[in-house]
Design a protein around this ligand. Structure first.
Ligand SMILES: [Zn+2]
Length: 87
């Protein structure tokens, strides 16, 4: 019996999708110097991102799962660039 333990390439893709949604909504912004994504701490932009995720979930994902994914990715992104000097 062949055991095909496939890795889950969807994870990277799903995270990439969530980041693009967050970026589109303006919930995150890239550090101009270092390229790290930063949480803009904008509640309206967050809601907008979740709304986009619900309206346009990626293939195979329910609206709820898409919204949860966006929130999860947003939680994993800090509000400051790790390479910028603290202010
Ligand atoms: Zn930076």
């Amino acid at each position: 019996m062949p055991t095909t333990t496939k890795r889950r390439p969807t994870f990277q893709t799903l995270r990439g999708w969530a980041i693009s949604v967050l970026h589109e909504a303006g919930a995150i912004r890239e550090c101009e110097e270092h390229g790290w994504m930063r949480d803009r701490m904008d509640p309206h932009a967050r809601e907008h991102a979740v709304a986009i995720a619900r309206q346009e979930p990626p293939a195979g994902l329910s609206a709820d799962a898409a919204a949860a994914e966006v929130r999860e990715v947003l939680d994993s992104i800090g509000d400051s660039c790790p390479e910028c000097p603290p202010q």
